[in-house]
Ligand binder design. Structure first.
Ligand SMILES: Cc1cc2nc3c(=O)[nH]c(=O)nc-3n(C[C@H](O)[C@H](O)[C@H](O)COP(=O)(O)OP(=O)(O)OC[C@H]3O[C@@H](n4cnc5c(N)ncnc54)[C@H](O)[C@@H]3O)c2cc1C
Ligand SMILES: *[C@@H]1O[C@H](CO)[C@@H](O)[C@H](O)[C@H]1NC(C)=O
Ligand SMILES: *[C@@H]1O[C@H](CO)[C@@H](O)[C@H](O)[C@H]1NC(C)=O
Ligand SMILES: *[C@@H]1O[C@H](CO)[C@@H](O)[C@H](O)[C@H]1NC(C)=O
Length: 496
């Protein structure tokens, strides 16, 4: 393998690649030019390629790219992007591979740029910042930070990727205290379409800094983030499982919980209605307290619900809590999401929609499926932190009332079942939107991190943010490489 071109040489490398005879007009030649540039390339017949493809969380996202290119540092990302620009192949950008729909971070007729080898985590006790390679998984981050007595406001499931999570927003156990994960990024290192490696922070490229906080892969390839940490390792929490006949109590408890968040921002609560063939539907509350207090008074309403079928409540590391929340693999996943005001009607209608959907599915489809829905607090307090920390582009600071996010994940075994599920769930979400609108409890925003490819989360950020994202994309990627040559994921050019 030749040594990679230095940072500033990337643009030069691009010029020489496009002039070469091997110009990448066939699948093989696209991979050949990457290899000739000195980059690590995995071919479809190799075990390493198969392992990386199998590591996408959702089977739906496990596609068949011509090859996978694995840069090991920002200079190699620059070289890979410049080299691909000189070919006719399209490409995809992948970090943790947790976006669930086909083509978000993988590609069939093209090359996948896999950030997985750029996963170093460094910590500076002086600045309290963690410098994190964009391809790291959150478990890498938490385990590296534990020895310093700190952690980061990252994913609540250990194997979620850093870059996709942060460029979409990033709800976390610490959200009510410090904001979304993205709000805690003081600097992004980014490879632009030109091959240039830039920093984006409050002083330098401040527009890009803000746009990356929610604007996803529209501007460049994030290679490193510098993130504010929190002085916590051990937290309290776990999951408490109840029978489904506690539904009414859970709905009331959740709305009260959100109402009360301002007086107890250390707490986090996510309520699941979870269907499995073995147990039917149960209600499960994932409760976490970052102050490490056991059953703080704010949890009284949850504590009083019974009977309890099972619980894992304990004091444990942040890392271990996120390992506990790992989800089953081996399924095709259809995720959809909506947001509404903190109102019992919002939860009640969605719980009913899930029950109806599951009844219909059981009656007509392969019984080997799982279905979970979750409700997550999106209080105004959370987005006050965002504004204080420089702002993001999500547009939730428009909301005057506390909100709740609804997310459904339907897990099936076949491509046909996935297509049928998507058809039914698009219709279900549309009915929910109409009901919420009629009741005056709809919130426009839909969370990109949980959205299906059939949704358009960027179009829910509000006109000013949409225009801002367009402007920043046009400024940093004037040739529209990340719109046209990297077609996957949520793209601003697709917003009407
Ligand atoms: C099991 C599970 C648990 C989750 N838990 C949470 C949670 O607690 N809180 C929450 O807010 N969300 C959560 N999510 C949603 C998650 O944040 C998103 O799916 C996120 O996109 C995953 O990031 P990734 O790096 O793994 O994704 P990938 O699939 O690798 O990428 C997602 C998108 O980002 C783009 N992208 C990836 N890397 C880069 C890069 N380096 N530069 C620019 N663009 C890039 C990709 O092209 C793609 O469009 C969860 C998802 C799953 C499946
Ligand atoms: C690529 O190279 C081949 C062989 O040299 C040539 O026939 C073809 O026109 C070139 N294509 C482009 C897009 O430059
Ligand atoms: C709810 O269901 C559980 C177990 O299925 C049962 O023990 C309990 O009595 C039920 N409670 C009510 C109020 O029906
Ligand atoms: C986290 O889990 C590991 C493995 O199960 C265990 O050894 C460790 O003690 C746990 N950490 C804490 C803080 O309890």
């Amino acid at each position: 393998m030749r040594s990679p071109t230095l940072v500033l040489g990337a643009a030069v490398a691009f010029a020489s690649v496009s002039a070469a005879a091997c110009n990448g007009t066939t699948p093989d030649s696209c991979c050949n030019v990457l290899e000739a540039a000195g980059l690590k390339v995995l071919r479809p017949d190799s075990a390493a390629y198969k392992a990386r493809d199998a590591s996408y969380f959702s089977v739906s996202a496990q596609l068949s790219p011509y090859c996978i290119v694995q840069p090991t540092n920002a200079a190699e990302v620059s070289l890979a992007a410049a080299t691909l620009k000189g070919t006719t192949c399209n490409w995809a950008v992948r970090s943790g591979g947790h976006m669930t729909w086909a083509g978000a971070s993988n590609i069939d007729k093209g090359v996948t740029l896999d950030m997985g080898l750029i996963n170093q985590v460094k910590y500076s006790p002086l600045t309290k910042l963690a410098s994190i390679g964009a391809g790291a998984l959150w478990r890498d981050v938490y385990s590296a930070l534990e020895e310093y007595g700190v952690t980061a406001p990252g994913g609540r499931t250990a194997t979620v990727g850093v870059a996709g999570f942060l460029t979409g927003g990033g709800n976390n156990f610490f959200s009510s205290e410090v904001g979304l994960g993205c709000d805690n990024i003081v600097n992004f290192e980014v490879v632009l379409a030109s091959g240039e490696i830039v920093q984006a922070n409050a002083v330098t490229n401040a527009d890009l800094h803000k746009a990356l906080k929610g604007g996803s892969g529209n501007f460049g390839i994030v290679t490193r983030v510098d993130m504010q940490t929190v002085d916590i390792v051990e937290i309290w929490g776990g999951q408490v499982v109840y029978p489904v006949n506690t539904t009414g109590q859970h709905i009331a408890a959740y709305v009260k919980w959100v109402d009360n968040i301002r007086s107890y921002p250390q707490g986090s609560a996510v309520t699941f209605w979870a269907y499995t063939p073995a147990a039917g539907t149960v209600v499960s509350a994932a409760l976490q307290d970052t102050s490490n207090a056991a059953w703080a008074p704010a949890y009284d309403d949850f504590h009083n619900i019974g009977p309890i079928l099972q619980d894992t409540i304990r004091h444990d590391s942040h890392l271990n809590m996120t390992v506990e929340l790992e989800e089953p693999s081996g399924y095709r996943q259809v995720w959809i999401t909506l947001t509404g005001k903190n109102d019992e009607r919002f939860i009640r209608r969605a719980v009913q929609a899930q029950a109806d959907f599951i009844d219909g599915w059981k009656a007509t489809q392969d019984p080997d499926f799982l279905n979970y829905i979750t409700f997550q607090a999106m209080p105004t307090l959370l987005f006050e932190h965002s504004v204080k920390k420089g702002g993001n582009v999500l547009g939730m600071d428009r909301e005057k009332d506390d909100a709740i996010l609804f997310q459904m994940q339907h897990m099936v075994r076949s491509a046909e079942a996935e297509a049928e599920a998507r058809r039914q769930l698009v219709a279900m979400t549309q009915e929910l939107r109409e009901y919420y609108t009629a009741e005056g409890i709809r919130v426009e925003w839909e969370y990109l991190g949980y959205a299906d490819g059939s949704q358009s989360p960027l179009s829910t950020y509000g006109p000013e943010n949409i225009q801002f994202i367009r402007d920043v994309a046009a400024k940093y990627d004037p040739e529209e490489v990340f719109q046209k040559r990297v077609p996957g994921g949520f793209k601003i050019s697709q917003v009407a």
